[in-house]
Design a protein. Structure first.
Length: 265
């Protein structure tokens, strides 16, 4: 049995000290690994990353993460990653990891993702150079996700794609349509379907919907903290890859997210 705890959009800041750790009090009882779906900080400073690192340092399970748009705001993502690494949080960006968990092999492929939207209103690489660069950036990230998932094929019992941006429209429903192009891209779902996966996790869409699936049928779950209303969600897989997505909810709803800043995208 593999038990994965996941949450995104913690938005840690100076006033988060002592507020995040209580929500993970029972995580080691509930889960074998913790996945963090981006927007780990508010403005992408190493000081904010250090706060989150201190809150999670005590957890004796593997901790994997991707960055979100907030984590890039200060334009020092490398410092954020290094600070989190010192607290035992491994940040993935176009990387894959294999873990032996519960007698099974878990593979996690992580990328931040990017925008572009979804049919029938998805952006295309046409027109001004800036529009082309926007779409090409998303395509490059999506291609990297596909490669990472392919690298895990055949060597893992369960493969999870960990993102910040959404790969499908399903899980951003509830957000204003005007911002859908900035919440995710169909190209991410195309990469998942091309390579195969057992589950996709993302954040970013605070007012979205929790459950969706790619066109190819891969389950997608939005684990943004403001949407979950609980410190994390548990996803369980048995040895035969029979999944029980979202079967358990861990932590306390009031443990994190008490400040208004946590609800910013």
């Amino acid at each position: 049995m593999i038990r994965v705890a996941a949450v995104g959009d913690l938005h840690a800041g100076p006033d988060s000290r002592g507020t995040i750790a209580p929500g993970f009090e029972h995580l080691e009882r509930d889960a074998d690994v913790l996945l963090l779906a981006g927007d780990l900080t508010r403005c992408g400073t190493s000081e904010e990353a250090a706060v989150l690192g201190d809150e999670l340092r005590h957890l004796r399970v593997p901790k994997l993460a991707v960055l979100g748009n907030h984590d890039h705001h200060d334009e020092r993502p490398e410092e954020v990653c290094a600070t989190l690494a010192r607290a035992g949080v491994q940040v993935l960006e176009g990387d894959s990891v294999r873990l032996d968990v519960g007698g099974c092999r878990l593979g996690v492929a992580g990328v931040k993702g990017f925008g572009g939207g979804f049919p029938p209103t998805a952006l295309s690489a046409f027109g001004e150079r800036e529009t082309k660069h926007f779409v090409e950036h998303t395509r490059a990230i999506s291609d990297r996700l596909r490669c990472c998932l392919e690298q895990l094929e055949g060597s893992c019992d369960v493969r999870i794609a960990l993102l910040h941006y959404a790969p499908v429209r399903d899980t951003i429903e509830g957000e204003p349509p005007e911002i859908h192009a900035f919440l995710g891209s169909q190209l991410l779902a195309e990469a998942v379907d091309a390579a195969g996966a057992d589950l996709v996790l993302h954040g970013h869409a605070h007012a979205g919907t929790e459950c969706g699936s790619t066109p190819g049928g891969v389950p997608v779950r939005n684990v943004a903290l403001p949407l979950l209303g609980t410190a994390y969600r548990i996803f369980s897989f048995d040895a035969e890859q029979t999944d029980q997505y979202g079967a358990l909810a861990g932590g306390g709803a009031s443990a994190v997210g008490s400040t208004g800043a946590v609800h910013r995208r």
